[in-house]
Design a protein around this ligand. Structure first.
Ligand code: URA
Length: 237
């Protein structure tokens, strides 16, 4: 099925021009659709159409997918009156982007940014148990029985957490581990470690589903997902 969208909506979604600017540009004959000047700003286009605006070639994309290496100090939201948000970090961004789930303000690492609501829903649905792996640094030694406590599914107060896999990497005054969880409760990893006596001092998400954070992506940077990465995210075994 071909998806049609209004020219002005497509361009404003993509962050290329406001609807008013599209109207003006159409009047001046500055928007070409497949080489022909658009007659009005509300004509319907598809992803197959070639758009030239003020001499610049654009391709309408229905969905966009980015991998962001979230830095600390930025909130997982689309807009905020005071704080910088993760979508503020995507330059020239289209207007309908949002983060897939949340990382705490001080958590860094993999965050998917997209406008594909169905994929986001699929990745976040609690019944899908999508795995998420984090690197964690905590205060104090991690007791070795913590691996069993987490893999059995820890209970904190009245809340039951699903089994999680813990691999201790370094055990000292400050310890390091990788932890894999299959749900996404509020402050989940911090609360799990707090419950066994370790305060989390650094948390980084390394992967979500089969998608791993690109090691070469500095904190604060982002890039589009490759077609292969997108397929890995969509079709998980
Ligand atoms: N668990 C946490 O405690 N914080 C995060 O940001 C993600 C998982």
């Amino acid at each position: 099925m071909t998806d049609y969208i209004r020219l002005d909506k497509a361009l404003s979604n993509m962050g290329a021009a406001s609807r008013k600017e599209v109207k003006e540009a159409v009047k001046k004959g500055k928007i070409l659709v497949n080489g022909i000047p658009a007659k009005s700003s509300d004509i319907k286009i598809t992803a197959a159409d070639e758009l030239i605006i003020n001499g610049i070639l654009l391709k309408y994309k229905k969905y966009e997918y980015y991998m962001l290496n979230k830095p600390a100090g930025v909130i997982s939201a689309t807009t905020d009156s005071k704080e910088q948000t993760v979508t503020d970090l995507i330059s020239g961004k289209r207007k309908d982007l949002f983060p897939v789930g949340r990382l705490d303000k001080d958590t860094v690492g993999l965050l998917i940014i997209t406008n594909d609501g169905a994929l986001a829903h699929d990745l976040l649905s609690p019944v899908k148990h999508v795995k998420k792996t984090y690197f964690v640094r905590v205060e104090g030694r991690i007791q070795t029985e913590t691996e069993n406590i987490f893999s059995a599914g820890i209970r904190i107060g009245s809340e039951q957490f699903q089994p999680a896999e813990l691999v201790i990497l370094k055990n000292d005054e400050v310890s390091e581990a990788e932890i894999t969880i299959y749900e996404g409760k509020f402050h989940q990893i911090k609360r799990m470690f707090e419950a066994v006596g370790n305060r989390v001092i650094f948390l980084k998400r390394l992967s979500m589903g089969n998608l791993r954070l690109d090691d070469s992506l500095p904190e604060g940077d982002y890039r589009e997902l490759s077609e292969e990465e997108l397929q890995q995210l969509k079709y998980r075994q």
